[in-house]
Design a protein around this ligand. Structure first.
Ligand SMILES: [Zn+2]
Length: 309
């Protein structure tokens, strides 16, 4: 499968610098410094030049609770990149009439894929910080350490370290026993007419392959084998990693054990040609966004590029 959107970031994360605060402080003084503000999971965007906005160090220090809350993302060539959580949208947007906090989905077709990966990284890290202000073990406040890549409980008797959270989810293209159809389904809360492949979160004590088999069986009643890994996609909405699989169905009659899906169907390669793009608001048959691993799985299957092993 092709490289997924939000992956392939060109930036060097320079994880060795996370323990060298003196060197990071020097990087912050560079003229080419990039600081990406994030407010409630939205990235700051300039609606005039259609690019993301980097704010000055002085402004970042005025808006952040303290300097430690800046998150060191890495070096893009020689450009040091940071993210920062903003608590009041207007503190920034009032400074420039063209600045607006936007969802990543809404600007995805305007920015480059590398910019999308960078903004997704900034977004994911910022959301993790927002959701990790208190220690899950003792309830005390945590504070940012290692340039924003760890939060540590401030209770001296606890000192628990919190690491950036990633929630693995499997997403699976299921092929009919006749090899000429694949399984598509929809949830009632999805956009009108959108169909996709089967997805679900990994549970504790479960391998990825076990999870694929359980999710497909629970949601559709289909038993699968030949579970084959195809690729992955970072999905920071807010903290998922999508692990793409293909699997072969042993039966073809649907008998869902839960009510998660509104509709399930087998779709042949020929019938898939009737499906339109997500942007087609009126269509009652459309595929997931081209930026999703779900769509990559479907397209790969249509082109007979899926490898089972
Ligand atoms: Zn604690």
């Amino acid at each position: 499968m092709k490289n997924s959107t939000y992956s392939g970031l060109s930036l060097n994360r320079c994880s060795e610098l996370r323990l060298r605060n003196d060197e990071v402080q020097i990087l912050k003084k560079q003229d080419n410094l990039v600081i990406l503000p994030v407010w409630k999971g939205k990235n700051l965007f300039n609606t005039s030049d259609l690019n993301y906005v980097s704010i000055s160090l002085q402004l970042a220090q005025e808006l952040a609770l303290n300097d430690e809350e800046m998150i060191f993302l890495g070096l893009d060539g020689k450009v040091p990149c940071f993210a920062i959580n903003i608590f009041n949208e207007n503190d920034i947007c009032n400074l420039n009439e063209n600045w607006e906090f936007k969802t990543l989905h809404s600007i995805l077709n305007i920015i480059t894929l590398n910019q999308a990966s960078l903004l997704a990284y900034a977004r994911g890290m910022s959301i993790w910080h927002s959701n990790s202000v208190f220690c899950g073990k003792c309830g005390m406040r945590t504070k940012s350490e290692e340039e924003g890549h760890i939060r540590k409980c401030t209770s001296l008797t606890c000192s628990k370290k919190l690491f950036p959270r990633i929630d693995p989810a499997v997403i699976t293209l299921v092929e009919h026993p006749n090899e000429e159809s694949c399984l598509l389904a929809r949830q009632s809360n999805w956009p009108l007419g959108m169909y996709s492949v089967i997805a679900g979160f990994l549970e504790i004590g479960e391998s990825l392959e076990d999870c694929v088999k359980r999710e497909v069986a629970e949601e559709t009643g289909i038993i699968v084998n030949g579970v084959s890994y195809q690729g992955s996609q970072p999905w920071p909405f807010p903290s998922s990693l999508m692990l793409g699989f293909a699997a072969k169905a042993e039966n073809d009659k649907f008998s869902p054990k839960d009510d998660e899906l509104e509709k399930i169907m087998w779709v042949s390669r020929e019938c898939l040609k009737e499906f339109t793009e997500m942007e087609d608001a009126e269509s009652e048959k459309k595929l997931p966004s081209k930026h999703s691993i779900a769509r990559s799985l479907i397209d790969s299957w249509v082109n007979r590029e899926i490898k089972f092993y």
